[in-house]
Design a protein around this ligand. Structure first.
Ligand code: C2E
Ligand code: MG
Ligand code: MG
Ligand code: MG
Length: 289
């Protein structure tokens, strides 16, 4: 790689870059192969969102995992950008949407009526036929639109606001819900936020991580919760890990909680068992367990 990077002197930086490019090409080839074979190796995990007071599971968020044949489990943080760069995000997004809906239907047959949140990337929002494809998938899997939420990051929602807004309005017209993900890391104007047909706002994990009484994050989280409530949105805190974070979030009036403290993302089968178990929604553990 050093030779290819030019010269006889070892240049680790360039060598790494070359490796990185090779790695990306290898991954995109493998991902394409997986998508050509019905999503072989891809799996959706599900992480509960818990109502802060009732402790009921209000929804589960679908988070993709890739069990790579030789590299082990590859993180979506790594392969979603590759899918975007190599034109695979449309096919990958379709796979996610269809597999999530298939799973919802399966759970319903087992007597579990679960609200499911699906992440959409910025590149997916740029696809003209996204709404059509979602509409088709809803019909094919016979899913009530009201049980489906799409999570869009604040920064994606703020990109090309005219187009995004039109897209969100079309999605809302289908009857699905919209959630603004990773809130606090983008730069949304209040005027635009008010126009969005969103139902939910998710506070980015970075603010929850640093949450302490009287810290900066405390002030930000409090302000975000108040803003969201003023706009009629419910608020989810993401990445809740400790009892102290939970205590503060309850005090601030955050509506729902999501994080390793309650449950990690898990395969669909395990989620169903979890939902029916002691820890699950209806038999919920008391506050502050
Ligand atoms: P996100 O939508 O903000 O998802 C939250 C991430 O935080 C997930 O990482 C989740 O596993 C992790 N998380 C949840 N609770 C905790 C906690 O208490 N502590 C810590 N340290 N982490 C926690 P994951 O699954 O690796 O996903 C990362 C990102 O990849 C997601 O961020 C989302 O932007 C993207 N992504 C995942 N699945 C999909 C998908 O199906 N489609 C698209 N377009 N993007 C996806
Ligand atoms: Mg999300
Ligand atoms: Mg998030
Ligand atoms: Mg995130």
């Amino acid at each position: 790689a050093a030779k290819r990077a030019g010269g006889s002197v070892h240049c680790f930086y360039e060598a790494d870059m070359a490796n990185d490019a090779e790695m990306q090409i290898a991954l995109q080839r493998d991902l394409r192969h997986a998508l050509d074979h019905g999503g072989k190796g891809l799996e959706l995990y599900y992480q509960p969102k818990i109502h802060a007071i009732s402790r009921q599971t209000t929804a589960v968020e679908a988070l993709i995992r890739w069990h790579h044949p030789t590299r082990g489990t590859v993180s979506p943080v790594q392969f979603i950008p590759i899918a975007e760069r190599f034109g695979l995000i449309g096919a990958l997004g379709d796979w996610v949407i269809n597999d999530a809906f298939r799973q919802m239907r399966q759970w319903q047959k087992e007597g579990l009526r679960m609200r499911v949140a699906v992440n959409l990337s910025m590149h997916q929002l740029r696809q003209n036929d996204l709404v059509e494809r979602i509409s088709k998938a809803l019909r094919e899997h016979r899913i009530e639109p009201d049980l489906v939420t799409f999570e869009v990051t604040e920064s994606a929602a703020m990109e090309d606001t005219q187009t995004s807004l039109r897209m969100f309005d079309q999605l809302a017209a289908l009857g699905v819900r919209l959630s603004i993900d990773d809130f606090g890391t983008g730069y949304s104007s209040l005027a635009y936020l008010r126009k969005l047909p969103a139902r939910q706002l998710k506070i980015d994990r970075s603010f929850i991580k640093d949450l302490q009484p009287e810290g900066d994050s405390y002030a930000i989280v409090l302000a975000v919760v108040q803003l969201a409530h003023a706009l009629g949105l419910n608020v989810v805190a993401e990445g809740v890990e400790t009892a102290e974070q939970e205590r503060i979030l309850l005090q601030i009036g955050c509506d729902s909680l999501q994080g390793f403290r309650y449950a990690k993302p898990m395969p669909a089968k395990r989620l169903a068992i979890w939902a029916a178990s002691e820890e699950g929604p209806d038999h919920g553990a008391p506050l502050g367990f």
